[in-house]
Design a binder for this molecule. Structure first.
Ligand code: GTP
Ligand code: MG
Length: 137
């Protein structure tokens, strides 16, 4: 099975979507094997979004992602990475299909409710940013 690092971003927490998002994964048959709430530090944000640090939108992204509590979890299952990316919808919620998480709950590209790893390599590095091995069940 694959593992994906999923974040319910600060806007998702503010919009009371933690339970809704976890319920969708559980009903799909995916397993939650680690879970915590935290406020991301700037160092954690730079590590998590390393590929975007030099982009013009990074200061806005960093302020947003560190600006309030978020929920980090590891979600596990067969082809979990692809399954979760499809359930999330695409980066810009306006282009996301209704029925997807972003397509149902977001309108803003900067505040799009959820993150999910985009490859097994990304999942492995992103998981290390939030969880110690003994926190993963
Ligand atoms: P993540 O799961 O959060 O990584 O989203 P993604 O993989 O669908 O998109 P990508 O990795 O390309 O971008 C990472 C995040 O940066 C997006 O989810 C957005 O929150 C943010 N982002 C991307 N493009 C823009 C932009 O043009 N403006 C702003 N403000 N944020 C952006
Ligand atoms: Mg991404």
């Amino acid at each position: 099975d694959q593992k994906s690092l999923v974040l319910v971003k600060p806007d998702g927490v503010r919009k009371h979507l933690i339970g809704e998002i976890i319920a969708r994964f559980e009903r799909r048959g995916l397993k939650i094997c680690a879970l915590k709430m935290l406020v991301m530090t700037k160092d954690q944000a730079k590590y998590h979004y390393a590929e975007h640090v030099d982009k013009p939108f990074f200061p806005e992204l960093e302020a947003f992602i560190t600006g309030g509590p978020l929920v980090a979890m590891i979600v596990e299952g067969p082809n979990a990475i692809k399954a979760i990316r499809t359930m999330m919808g695409v980066t810009d919620p306006i282009e996301s299909t209704p029925g997807s998480i972003r397509g149902d709950f977001a309108l803003d590209k900067g505040e799009n409710v959820i993150h999910g790893s985009d490859s097994p390599e990304a999942a492995e590095r992103e998981i290390k940013n939030f969880f110690k091995p003994e926190e993963i069940y």
